[in-house]
Design a binder for this molecule. Sequence first.
Ligand SMILES: NC(=O)c1ccc[n+]([C@@H]2O[C@H](COP(=O)([O-])OP(=O)(O)OC[C@H]3O[C@@H](n4cnc5c(N)ncnc54)[C@H](OP(=O)(O)O)[C@@H]3O)[C@@H](O)[C@H]2O)c1
Length: 294
Amino acid sequence: MAENKNILIVGATGVVGLHLTRLLCNGTSGVTVFAATRNPEQAQKKLGSLPNLNFRTFDLSKKQTYAKALQHIHAVYLIRPPEVTRIRKYYNPFFVVAKKAGVQHIVFQSVQGANSNKLLPHHRIEQLLMQSDIPYTILRPTYFMQNLSTGLRQEIRQNHRLYVPAGKAVFNWLDAADFAHGAAHILLRPHDFRNTSLNLVGTENYTFKEVSELCSKAWGKKVIFKNAAIASFILAQIKSGMGVKRALIMAAAHYFARFAKPIKSGVTLEEITGQKPSSLFEYLNQNKSLTLQE
Ligand SMILES: NC(=O)c1ccc[n+]([C@@H]2O[C@H](COP(=O)([O-])OP(=O)(O)OC[C@H]3O[C@@H](n4cnc5c(N)ncnc54)[C@H](OP(=O)(O)O)[C@@H]3O)[C@@H](O)[C@H]2O)c1
């Protein structure tokens, strides 16, 4: 099933990348994984020791790192780190260098709505990728459950509340680990997914109020939803150590979800991998430690 190939994972230390890297290293003969990272030493600590794992120094905002990182690479898993804002400046040359290096498939982790919403930076990356003449697969996931364990964690721990400017917006909840399974499946079967775009959806739609009730049930302690004013949310995120760009993006993603059209169609990960996805309740049960003070 797997072709003998070298896969470079951009964002290998990130939310999806950690799962994807582990999956590809542990489960697949014939695949050598290269974690692209700005800091190989730290990435090594984060990922631990895995078979068939190598590191490549790579920074999207440093064009001089592209050629070396892409040497002998057949496929790339690509993300748009929230901090990288100058899309044309960096992604255009990245695709040129990838083409020159002989990359045969790029799987891009985009975001829900990026096909039509021109304001999203992911929209421009999708366009550049489609024009690059490199076979591609674009994956547009919805909302990761892991947001609860990353950006929203501090408020859960300290104040037992979900504090987001989301109002009554309904989110489609997706486990990043399931999503990584789908991405791995696609990376190993490039011909089946050549030049396609997939809107990937989870099976559960909830408001944050509903999720707070699920949290209370799973964790056995009261968790409330507090609708945050957008400025207070940004300040709270920055105070908790988040970078300004990331805090702004998070605020916008939650706030504008109020005006988004409900998701009508998409592909579930079960349709791709045949594997049942985890429910949000299962995820919360597995992450009870989220409520513990550090
Ligand atoms: N969170 C969601 O619910 C959600 C849903 C759909 C789509 N998305 C999209 O998923 C993407 C990732 O978002 P995330 O917040 O989950 O981030 P993340 O995966 O935590 O991303 C951080 C990763 O980006 C890498 N990185 C940061 N700056 C870099 C640079 N200049 N060059 C190369 N690599 C760099 C980091 O690697 P090193 O530190 O090792 O270099 C790290 O692995 C975003 O585009 C977001 O819009 C997110």
